[in-house]
Design a protein around this ligand. Structure first.
Ligand code: XUL
Length: 543
């Protein structure tokens, strides 16, 4: 029988994951992850990264990703999976991270020897041993320089879809050019995490897709072309160093002979352009129509939604990317995601069940105890010097801190997604912490919206597998529409739907205003929120 297998791979901050699907049966055959810290300890990463003491410079190792890819394929071979029957592969990379390569990259990929490991053969293709990733916040100066050259905030947003952001590829490239000029000159190609790994599978330099390209401050969001003004504002001769851009749904070629010989893939396996983890998750959680948003609770927490018509966040906090369907998507990224939740869980020696139990037992509104959770430098709102602020409680109050961190994360998400014009009717949750129903109940009450919880937390890898299937069928003229395709895998059972408790609607509307004032007070020199907060406590808790 002819079976249609598709593979999605996701290179995220802390791990590399594969999801293999059988589209003839609408089945997920395998999910498998390589955790960087645990399985590749010789790179000495912590949570997948290297951080400077002040937390501003955050890099990872591109060679580690390569070694992880090899380990992953070895594991698939050991499990006797039908690699030779995989029709198409696509992938996902943590967004914004850049990989700097010299002119031996292309010839090395072309001449890979399948008797030798990838990691040995790719040792000397880098002009920069480490890659700055999305957690890096060390380029404030470069952000300002580029924004100024583009004519200020508004033109920057209109051209690239986003304000300049510390973690975006353009400002990171500019910093490299300013601080490591000779190495910049030696660099022939700059890839994103996604296009770098795609290149390795392809055996030659792969294009960057429009979804991930939109997270660079270099691509024109309307024309999908590199923008000359943005390139010139960033670094000299940059156009020559960047790969071409391509649609996320384009087939970029066939798998390189190296993988055929070493792991037994079919030489006919097609590769579909890789994209960023958030565009992939958009498909992985089934956001192919208006009115649907997702929260992804991973190392970063993100809030994103499908967008039919282009609109911008003129406050400059949110982004517009291209969606894998060719439409648009909005995205807001919060750095204090799982690491912040874990900081509280670990401080009180809790496990996740105990953490959830506290959420169940404590009242919505947390007796007016409000936290601003900047354990790490924050992206939205911009906080470069991390400090955790507490209003009405202290760091030793276990219950206050557990509910405080979770309410803060979703209040902040609600507050900073107010700019998105297309009304959200349903929220889909994904990422590790979405397995925790108590956390999602808080989110559902705060947004006063139904939340759908998925069984699968690897939505980026699943999205990549689904994208590869869509492009494969398009390429053989068996057209299948996006919604039909994603619905085959996203069967949500009733017990995975979390209903908001209407009783708390007003309370959270009011708490949002208290939170807004606390944030303004700390970050924008706003008025002291204490009386306002006390009025809230009196109204809902009576003292
Ligand atoms: C999105 C962002 C993160 C990374 C890592 O803009 O920076 O979500 O993609 O997940």
């Amino acid at each position: 029988m002819n079976v249609d297998y598709f593979l999605g791979i996701d290179c995220s901050t802390q791990s590399l994951t594969a999801v293999l699907i059988n589209l003839s049966k609408n089945e997920i055959i395998l999910r498998y992850s390589i955790n960087f810290d645990e399985e590749l300890p010789h790179y000495n990463t912590q949570n997948g990264v290297f951080s400077s003491n002040d937390g501003k410079v955050v890099h990872s190792s591109p060679l580690m990703w390569v070694e992880a890819l090899e380990l992953l394929f070895k594991a698939l071979v050991q499990r006797d999976l039908p690699l030779n029957e995989i029709k198409a592969i696509s992938g996902s990379g943590q967004q914004h991270g850049t990989v700097y390569l010299n002119n031996s990259f292309e010839p090395t990929l072309k001449n890979l020897d399948s008797e030798k490991s990838l990691v040995n053969q790719l040792q000397s293709v880098f002009t920069r041993e480490t890659s700055p990733i999305w957690m890096d916040s060390s380029t404030t100066k470069q952000c300002e320089e580029i924004r100024l050259k583009l004519g200020g905030l508004e033109p920057t947003i209109y051209i690239t879809g986003s304000n300049t952001f510390e973690r975006f590829s353009g400002p990171q490239i500019r910093k490299f050019y300013e601080q490591n000029y000779d190495d910049y000159i030696q660099t022939s190609t700059i890839h994103l995490v996604s296009s770098f790994l795609s290149s390795i599978l392809l055996g030659k330099s792969s294009p960057i897709d429009h979804g991930d390209g939109a997270g660079m401050n270099l691509m024109n969001i309307r024309t999908n072309q590199w923008d000359d003004k943005a390139l010139n504002a960033t670094a000299p001769n940059l156009r020559q160093k960047l790969p071409a851009l391509t649609n996320s749904y384009d087939v970029v070629g066939k798998i390189s002979p190296f993988f055929v010989e070493r792991f037994g893939f079919s030489p006919e396996t097609i590769l579909v352009a890789w994209s960023g983890d958030n565009p992939n998750s958009l498909i992985g959680v089934g956001l192919t129509e208006k009115g649907k948003a997702a929260i992804s609770l991973g190392t970063s927490d993100t809030y994103f939604s499908f967008m039919k018509n282009l609109s911008f966040d003129m406050l400059g906090e949110g982004h517009v990317f291209r969606a894998p369907t060719g439409d648009f998507m909005s995205l807001i990224c919060f750095k204090n995601g799982s690491l912040a939740r874990e900081a509280i869980k670990d401080k009180f020696n809790l496990n996740w069940d105990e953490f959830g139990e506290i959420l169940r037992k404590t009242p919505p509104g947390n007796f007016g105890k409000i936290m601003l959770p900047y354990f790490l430098p924050e992206i939205v709102p911009l906080v470069l010097e991390p400090t955790v602020y507490r209003f009405g409680f202290d760091e030793n109050d276990m219950q206050g801190n557990v509910r405080g961190i979770i309410e803060a994360q979703f209040l902040s998400m609600r507050l900073h997604s107010e700019w998105i014009q297309e009304q959200t009717e349903e929220i889909y949750a994904t990422g590790g912490a979405s397995a925790n129903k108590e956390i999602l109940q808080v989110a559902s009450n705060i947004f006063n919206t139904k939340i759908y919880q998925f069984e699968i937390t690897n939505s980026a890898a699943l999205g990549a597998a689904l994208r590869s299937a869509k492009s494969y069928y398009d390429s053989i003229n068996e057209r299948i529409n996006w919604t039909e395709l994603v619905n085959r895998f996203l069967k949500i059972q009733d017990n995975y739907i979390i209903q908001p408790n209407n009783k708390y609607k007003k309370l959270y509307d009011d708490l949002l205003e208290v939170y807004r004032k606390c944030e303004k007070f700390i970050l924008k020199n706003g008025e002291d929120p204490e009386q306002f907060r006390k009025d809230f406590v009196k109204k809902y808790f009576g003292n």
